[in-house]
Design a protein around this ligand. Structure first.
Ligand SMILES: [Zn+2]
Length: 278
């Protein structure tokens, strides 16, 4: 839990000069942030300020990043937390940033007598990873491509996994708020997951990335990306999921973004107001 001392320290950080106005104005033009009202933008700026102060950023593979690049990552990580508060990030601190996609070695263990033995090792090329043992790993190139409204957002995806892990192993069901109903969540996501799996296996074309059909944890993370980037498409496809995510994130992106009812495959397919360069 966020301690009293943490609160004092955060107040001190937030009372210091904030992110420079010119830099912040640039960031506000990101398509992902369009439609946020002045109060929400102020809150996001505070969250991003604290995120940049409180996290340990570790550039990997000799990379160097500037203030704007860190801020682009921070605002995307903080958007899902806008109305959740910082307590939900208090169980990890490090953000490792690679210049591009990176290789992650996975090991599977099993007991051999009284010892643990490695039974399988595999390498995966990834754009992001939320590790259950701590850090968040991100590819800068993919974070730079993320704030366009195409349903692909690496920081949001990985933050969704981190929220999911607050109840243990990621399983597609993060701890819900007291006024939410687990059965309603389960019903909405089970329906969407089964439908996506069926479409994927039948090789059908669908509006949602079939990575969501990998397992329930990926279903929650991918549909969270759609919730923030293509909310109208998600609402039209799985309205019950949209409603559950609206209750969970305590936001309604559908009310602030221009409707895009297809999954764009390039920036020039977006409405003109979302084609602003970074
Ligand atoms: Zn994932």
């Amino acid at each position: 839990m966020f301690s009293f001392l943490n609160c004092l320290q955060r107040d001190k950080v937030l009372s210091a000069p904030p992110i420079a106005d010119t830099l912040w104005q640039d960031i506000c033009h990101l398509p992902l942030l369009r439609g946020l009202n002045p109060d929400e933008l102020l809150l996001l700026r505070q969250h991003a300020t604290w995120f940049l102060h409180d996290r340990v950023f570790s550039p990997a593979n000799g990379a160097q990043f500037d203030e704007k690049q860190y801020l682009i990552i921070a605002v995307q990580c903080c958007l899902p937390l806008l109305n959740l508060g910082f307590d939900c990030l208090d169980d990890w601190r490090e953000v490792i940033i690679y210049p591009g996609e990176f290789i992650s070695r996975n090991r599977t263990y099993e007991s051999v007598g009284e010892y643990l033995g490695v039974i399988h090792e595999s390498d995966e090329v990834l754009a992001g990873q939320a590790r259950s043992d701590g850090p968040l790993l991100l590819s800068w190139l993919d974070c730079a491509e993320s704030p366009w409204l195409d349903g692909w957002n690496v920081p949001i995806h990985e933050i969704a996994h981190k929220l999911d892990m607050r109840s243990g192993e990621a399983n597609g069901c993060p701890p819900l708020h007291a006024d939410m109903d687990y059965q309603a969540w389960k019903s909405a996501f089970s329906h969407a997951f089964a439908d996506l799996k069926r479409q994927d296996e039948a090789d059908e074309f669908g509006p949602i990335d079939y990575y969501a059909a990998e397992n329930p944890a990926e279903c929650f993370a991918v549909l969270s990306e759609y919730f923030f980037e293509l909310p109208h498409l998600l609402f039209d496809t799985y309205p019950a999921v949209y409603q559950q995510l609206q209750l969970f994130y305590r936001q309604d992106p559908k009310s602030r973004l221009t409707p895009i009812k297809y999954r764009p495959t390039s920036a020039d397919q977006l409405p003109p107001e979302y084609q602003t360069p970074l």
